[in-house]
Design a protein around this ligand. Sequence first.
Ligand code: ANZ
Ligand code: ZN
Length: 770
Amino acid sequence: MVEDYRFKEIEERWEARWEAEGLGELDLDGVSRDRKLYNLVEFPYPSAEGLHVGHAFTYSGADAYGRYQRMCGRAVFQPIGFDSFGIHTENYAISVGERPDRLTARTMANYSRQLRRMGATWAWRNRLATSDPGYYHWTQWIFLRLFEAGLAVRKKAPVVWCPSCLTVLAREQLEGDRCERCGTPVTERVMEQWFFRITAYADQLLQGLRGLDWPRSAKRIQEEWIGRSRGVEVDFEVEGTEERLTAFTTRADTIFGVTFLAVSPDHPRAAELSTRSARNPVNGRRLPILLADYVVASYGTGVVMGVPAHDPRDLEFARRNGLSVLPVIRSDEQSDDAAWTGEGLLVDSGEFSGLQSPTARRLIEEWLVSTGIGRPATRYRLHDWLISRQRYWGPPIPIVYCPSCGTVPVPSEQLPVVLPELDDFRPTGTGLSPLASVKSFVETRCPLCGGPARRETDVSDTFLDSAWYFLRYPSTDFDDRPWDAERTATMLPVDIYFGGREHVARHHLYARFLTRVLYDLALLPFREPFPRLRLHGQIVYGGAKMSKSRGNVVNPDQTIEMVGADNLRMYLLFSCDWQEGGEFSEAGLRGMVRFTRRLWGLLAGEHHPGPGGVEMASLERALIRVQRDLERLKFNTAIAALMELARWLADQKDRMSAEEWAGARRTYTLLLAPFAPHLAEELWHRQGGEGSVHLQTWPAPDRSTPAETEVTLVVQVNGRVRGRPRVAAGLVEAEAVQAALADPDVARHLGGKAPVRVVYVPDRLLNLIL
Ligand code: ANZ
Ligand code: ZN
C-alpha cells in the first residue's frame, strides 16, 4: 500500500526546488530565435489584497501551454510582473486609506506568493512593476519619443470627466457612458490635455489586423472600435457669408432629400451659424441651420446634412422642430412612419431619379467631386488617445512649461521625473493633479534657458504603462535602455499572448499602436507585438461574475490550502473550454480531488507484474489527443483523455509486464506534467526519473521535430499558388514577405511590383495581391 496523496507537502517541496533550480528562468543570452517561445499572459494589477480564482484560471492555462512547449524543446520565456501604477490601484489605496507606494509593496509581495503557490514556472528574474522608477523612466522616455515625432500633442478638446475619480478618461475607457473603474456616469469638460495621435495610425491598425492570427471576434472588436466610414464631405453655401459649411455623409444618394443642416452645439461657429440658412448645392433648396444635440462635435465635421426621410435621428429631430420630410428613395418594404434607411429607387432627385441607390451614390459622389462641391472622405470612430490624468499614482508627464521657451520636453538624460512621495495623494477635483500643490515638484528650471519654469503636473494613463511592458521583460537587466536591441531581436515579438476580451479595444489596440510608432521611429524591428492572440473565458460563480459586493469570490488561497494547487489547476482547466469560461462548482472540484487521489494510488502504488503482451494502442491514441488538444488550448478535453487513459491503465495494470507498466506509467506522468506539475514531478522521481519531469522530452511518437521550428508556407500571388518555401515558424508578415521574395518563382510572378495587399495567415499562407 502506498501512503496517502499528501499534496501540500509534495507541492511545497517541489516549488522550493524549482525555485532554487530556476526552472522558470531562461538564459536570454543563450537562446536562439528559432527555439524561443515568448509565452505571455496579461499581468495583474495589485488593486486588491490578493489574486482571485479567475487569475488562477487564466494562469493555469497559460502555464500548461508553456510547460508543454518546454517539453517540446522550446526555450520558453514566461515572465510575470505587476501593472502597479494607475487608477485601479490608487482607488484601492484610497478605499483602504493607505499610501499607494506602501500598499503596492505589500500587495505585490502577496500576489507573488500566490503566483508561486499556483505552481506556474515564471521567469522571476525578469519580473517588473510599472510603478518602479526603473520602469517608468522608460514610459516617460517613450512619451518623449512620441513628442518629438509630433504624435504627443497638447490640445484643448471636449473630454470625458469622471466626477468620482476626479480625472479625465480616454473614451475607450468607458463602459457605455460610465467610468469603467468606478461605474459613475461621466460628464464632459473642455480642457487642455495631452493626446497621443492614434488616429494617424487608424488605417494601418485596421489593415494590420489581416495578418494576425487572432480570434475573429477580437479582430471584429478592433475593426468596430476603429470604425472606418467611407463617404464624402459636401460643402453648403451659407447665406450672408463667404464661408461654407461642410457635412460628412456616407449617403450622398440622399442629398436631394436634405431639408436642414444640423450643427453640434459645441461647433466653434455654432451661435453665429444658427441664425442663418444654407443652400443645397444640388437643387438650390434653402435649408435652415439648427443646433442639434445628436451631432457629435468630434466626429466628421460636426455638421450633419439632415435627411429626415431616411435617417431616424434626423426624422425625430425634424418632427420635433416642424421641419419638412422629403423622401427620395423608394422601396416596397418601407412604411410611412419610419425613416427608410435601406437601399431603393431614387425619386425626386433630378437626373439621378430612377437609379438604384448604390449606383446613384457612386454617381452623385463623382459628380460632387468633379464640381468641387465635395471630396471623398474617410472618417474613423477612433479618437486620439487622451493620456493625461489629474491623478497622483502614475508617471509624471515629462514636460516643463517655461514662460520664455514654451512647452519644453525634459531631456532624456534627466529621466526619470520621479513621482514625489505624498501623504495626501487624493484627487482634488479642481482639474489639477495633487502634484500641482507640491511646490518642490512643480517649481523647476527650464532645460533650455535655465530660467524658472513649471512642471506638467498630470500623470500619464495607466494604459500607457501596459502598452509596452512586453518589450521590457526580456531587457529588465538593462537600466540604461528601455530594451536591448539584441535581446529584442531574439525574443520578440511575443509568440502567443493570452488575454481578456475586455482588453481588445483598449490595451491590445494601444500596444499595437505604440509598437507601430516605435517601428516607424526605427526603435523596433517589427510592427505587430502580438501576432498570435488567444482570449480566455471567465470563471463565474453562482451564475454571476465574482465580486466582493456579491460575496461570491472564490479565494484561491483557501482552495489551495484545502485541495492543493494541482487539484485547483486540473479542476479549473477541466471544468470548461478555457477560451469560453464556465461556472465554478465545489462538486466539480471534489470530483477532481477523487480523481487525483485514485491516480496517485494507481501510479505511485505497487505493481504486481502480469504476463505482458498488452496492446498499447489506447496509450498512443491518448497521447495524440492530449498533444492535439494542448496545441488548440482545449485543456478540458485533454484532461478528459487523461481520465480515460487512467481507467484503461487501472484495467490493464496487472496484465502488464514490469517493463510495459514502467513504460506506460512514464508516458502517463509526462502527459500529466503540464496540468498537475507537482504531482507529475513527484511521480517522476518515485519512478527513478532523472532531472525535472518538466525538462523531459514530450513523448509524442509522431512529432516531427522540424515542424516545431520550420513550417511550409504556401505563397500565392493573386490567389494562385506560386511557391511553398520552408520558413522559420512564427514569422511576422514583413518577414514572411521577405522569405517569399527569396523564392524565384514567386519573385517572377511579382515581376518587381510591390503587392498592394497582403493576406497572411502565420505559419500557413501568404497571399500577395497585385
Ligand atoms: C446624410 C444621411 C442620410 C446620413 C441618411 C445617414 C443616412 P457612420 O456610418 O457612423 O460614419 N453623421 C455625420 N457626422 C456626424 C456627427 N458629427 N454626429 C452625428 N452624426 C453624424 O455615419 C455617418 C452618418 O452619420 C452620416 O451620413 C451622417 O448622416 C451622420 F439617409 O448623412 B448621414
Ligand atoms: Zn526656458
